[in-house]
Design a protein around this ligand. Structure first.
Ligand code: CA
Length: 380
């Protein structure tokens, strides 16, 4: 999930098609005007809703699944974390100031005087931070149960991001910890927001490991898919403990996309992500509310579809691999159930097996994994 915050698992073209869909009789539209123009026209809440469609695209679409009250809380949660992520990702921000701000950002949630000028690598992000007072007022309109969750998660995430601004992701433990800070905490926060809404299984609040896995599955998918894009920015997230077994430099893979070592490395990265799927199944099985279920399940189905597309695919090393068009639209249009979701997981588990050479090490690992996944599916 996110930071690549909930950085979309979707391709923009697919997302544009998606926006044309009518959802539950309600037209979901991305405003044509720029966010800067909308600042003048819209009240705080309407601005925040518009900002969400501008900064997240796919997330703004799935959030429409939620009941009004919870939707507002999740929208505010997303925008606060998007602002935090924008600060993390701004490589021109002086380091010492950045660390202080990341660690104290949660305190700004109640500060209507706080805005930041010229921070962010995209125009919409810069506008969001320049008018952060609007987010603050929207946040303050939420009930205290929601507000406390958002502040708590923002505090933990900001501190984690600051730790990693000074230290690279090297070991698999670092990789899991970084993904916990930027995505696992989102999963935990969402579970707490679901709990605060009173709509969900109260047991969710205690399921931190499962909630964390929900975030890690999405985040690792994005990190694997974004190898090429991230290689040419200042940061990389693939852990050296994995890629160092296959190459001396991470750039080797883009120079040798078809080399067996490149594909073996990619497949090990995918396998590492797939290990979270049994937890994802357990988590989704616990959900009681249909709209919460769809909100939680759709990104997970998109993630496994993305992993299936990137698995053993040299194109990951030279560009962006696109997920099958239309899948998102289908997931959004129909009332996705647990049964449908498990059917998708089973189908994709078969895809990984077919795409791996029989007798290879990765094939053996996938066989063990798919047995575990199928056992989980039968249980639920
Ligand atoms: Ca980031």
């Amino acid at each position: 999930m996110i930071p690549t915050l909930y950085k979309s698992a979707l391709h923009p073209r697919e997302v544009r098609a998606l926006f044309k869909l009518k959802l539950k009789g309600q037209q979901f539209i991305v405003p044509k005007e720029s966010l800067e123009e909308l600042v003048l026209k819209l009240d705080d809440k309407a601005f925040c809703c518009a900002a969400l469609t501008k900064v997240s695209r796919s997330f703004a679409a799935v959030i429409q699944q939620l009941p009004e009250d919870l939707k507002n809380a999740v929208c505010a949660f997303y925008l606060v974390l998007r602002a935090l992520d924008t600060i993390e990702d701004d490589m021109k921000f002086p380091q010492a100031e950045k660390l202080t701000l990341l660690r104290s950002f949660y305190e700004k949630s109640y500060d209507e005087n706080f805005t930041l000028q010229n921070v962010g690598d995209q125009e919409d992000y810069r506008v969001l931070l320049a008018h952060y007072d609007k987010v603050v007022r929207f946040f303050k309109s939420l009930n205290s149960g929601y507000r406390d969750v958002i502040v708590e998660i923002t505090k933990k995430m900001g501190n984690g991001m600051a730790d990693f601004a000074e230290n690279e992701v090297v070991s698999v433990d670092d990789y899991n910890l970084y993904c916990h800070y930027v995505a696992g905490l989102v999963g935990i926060g969402l579970s707490d927001l679901f709990f605060a809404s009173g709509l969900e299984n109260p047991e969710l609040k205690n399921q931190h490991d499962l909630s964390n896995s929900m975030g890690l599955f999405l985040q690792k998918t994005n990190i694997i898919r974004d190898y090429h894009e991230d290689l040419f920015s200042d940061r990389t997230f693939w852990p050296k403990e994995i890629w160092g077994k296959y190459a001396n430099e991470l750039v080797f893979f883009t120079e040798n996309p078809h080399a067996p070592k490149s594909l073996e490395c990619l497949n090990e990265m995918v396998m590492n992500a797939l290990h979270h799927l049994p937890d994802v199944i357990d988590y989704l099985s616990m959900l009681k509310n249909e709209s919460v279920f769809r909100f939680a399940a759709i990104p997970q189905v998109m993630a496994i579809a993305t992993l299936a597309a990137v698995f053993n695919n040299p194109k990951v090393f030279t560009g962006v691999v696109k997920v099958r068009k239309g899948l998102t639209a289908r997931l959004m249009l129909y009332d996705l159930s647990l049964e449908d979701t498990l059917r998708y997981f089973k189908k994709y588990a078969g895809v990984f097996l077919r795409k791996s050479p029989t007798g290879s090490d990765i094939h053996r690992q996938l066989l063990t994994w798919s047995k575990e996944v199928n056992r989980k599916i039968k249980e639920n």
